[in-house]
Each structure stands twice: as structure tokens, then as C-alpha cells.
Design a protein around this ligand. Structure first.
Ligand code: MN
Length: 252
């Protein structure tokens, strides 16, 4: 029973060609999926399609890569929908070469998002931190106390020291197969306690074979993690499931 409860804690379900059919697929296969969004304009449809789903939750996002000079309007909309959302994401910072020119605006928006979440309380966030783990952790530390919201760092690529700092701040980490194909990903797992690990696909931005990964492909992350920890996949899946329960119980 436990092994059927796979968790994809970061997937862009609304970016697949057939949003409704992939929702049905996740429901039928009992995969707990966090449907992250990249703009608050996507929220109403994500919210409506997941109102009655058993395994899918929608998250209210404002992706750092989409922030530009005009971000205030998007942020206004994000704040408007915040009371309806328990899950927040994808939000964060991206200091990669293509997006560092908006880092100032990204920082202002993310700071505001964290402050709003702290004020509201009870939110669980999926956070992007490309080339900006230190700055992301600074903003979390200064704006969102651990008892006011849960943090899940998605596809974390920061340093070992930054990972240790994130652990101290109470963060969780959603791990995908791409991370586990790098030495850095393996090194990170040595400092991240097993109790803080979740799984994700970040589909459709990762592949399974030659096609975009779907939530069911999160099974391959579980298999790889089981190998790393020297355990059986169903035991690993059960551990991840219980990690998520612990996280959610803190904020319900
Ligand atoms: Mn993503």
C-alpha cells in the first residue's frame, strides 16, 4: 500500500499538452502531486481542476524567471489569490546567466512573497534557488520564521555548506533524477537528513527516456534513493511519504 503512494512534490501539470488527462492519470495512480504554477494567472484553472482531487494539490506561483520590470501587477494578483492557496510555488530566485539582470526585482518580489506567507501562516512553499542558494536562505531566514511556513527547496544545487544551513533552518529538499546523476547531488545527500527528503520530477522540464517526465516517473527517483540508502524501494517510498506527512502536519 505504501509503495503506491509516490510523491511528486514539484511538477508543472498545466504545461503538459492535456492538463486534464494528466490530472486524471495522477489520480488513478494515487500519486501525490504538487502542481506548481509559474504565474498567478494560471491559478484559477489549477485551483478549479484540483478542488476535488484526492492526490493533487495546486500551488500558487510566481516564477523568478518570469519576473521583469513589470512584476508589480503579477505580484498584486499573487497576493489576491494567496488566501485561497495552502501551497506556494514555484517562487524563489534565479541568478543564472539569462536571468541575473532581473535579480533586484526577483529579490523584491520573493521578499514580499515570504513576508505575505509569514503573515498568513500555514503555507508550504516549493522554492527555486538557481545560483542563488545563499541569497534565498538569507531571505527565508529574515522573512519567514520556521513556525510560520514550511520550506521545500526544489532541485537544490547550492554548496554543501549552504545545504547544511538550509537543514538548520528547517528546510526540506525535493530531489529529482537529474540531481542524482551528479556527484554534487550525491554529496548533498550526505548532509541532508533522510527525514528531510521529498521527491519530484519537475516535469515537463526533465525527461524519462525521450519524453517529458510525468509524475509516475518519480518512481525512478525513489529507486535511485533506495539504492543510495541501501534499502528497498517500497521502504524508501514509505519513508518519503512519512516525511511529507510530518511536514504537512506542522502546518495544518
Ligand atoms: Mn519547476
Amino acid at each position: 500500500m505504501i509503495s503506491r503512494n509516490l510523491i511528486d512534490f514539484h511538477c508543472h501539470l498545466d504545461l503538459y499538452p492535456d492538463f486534464e488527462s494528466i490530472i486524471n492519470e495522477c489520480e488513478q495512480t494515487n500519486i501525490f502531486t504538487l502542481a506548481v504554477t509559474t504565474t498567478p494567472r494560471a491559478w484559477p484553472r489549477n485551483r478549479d481542476l484540483t478542488l476535488k482531487t484526492k492526490y493533487i494539490r495546486a500551488a500558487l506561483g510566481l516564477h523568478p524567471q518570469l519576473i521583469d520590470k513589470d512584476y508589480a501587477r503579477e505580484l498584486f494578483l499573487w497576493e489576491k489569490y494567496l488566501p485561497e492557496a495552502r501551497y506556494i510555488g514555484e517562487v524563489g530566485l534565479d541568478a543564472g546567466i539569462s536571468f541575473s539582470h532581473t535579480l533586484k526585482e526577483q529579490t523584491r518580489a520573493f521578499e514580499r512573497i515570504l513576508l505575505c506567507c509569514a503573515k498568513a501562516g500555514g503555507k508550504v512553499l516549493s522554492i527555486h534557488s538557481v545560483r542563488s542558494a545563499g541569497a534565498v536562505l538569507d531571505l527565508i531566514e529574515n522573512n519567514l520564521p520556521a513556525d510560520r511556513g514550511g520550506i521545500v527547496l526544489h532541485w537544490f544545487t547550492g554548496s554543501i555548506v549552504e545545504a547544511q544551513r538550509a537543514v538548520t533552518l528547517g528546510c526540506y529538499f525535493s530531489i529529482n533524477t537529474k540531481m542524482l546523476k551528479t556527484k554534487k547531488g550525491h554529496d548533498l545527500l550526505k548532509v541532508i537528513p533522510r527525514e528531510r527528503i521529498l521527491t519530484e520530477t519537475d516535469g515537463p522540464f526533465t525527461e524519462s527516456g525521450n519524453t517529458p517526465a510525468k509524475p509516475k516517473d518519480v518512481a525512478s527517483v525513489v529507486n535511485l534513493l533506495a539504492e543510495i540508502y541501501g534499502t528497498e524501494p517500497h521502504i524508501m517510498a514509505g519513508a518519503i511519504s512519512s516525511n511529507l506527512k510530518t511536514l504537512l502536519n506542522k502546518y495544518y
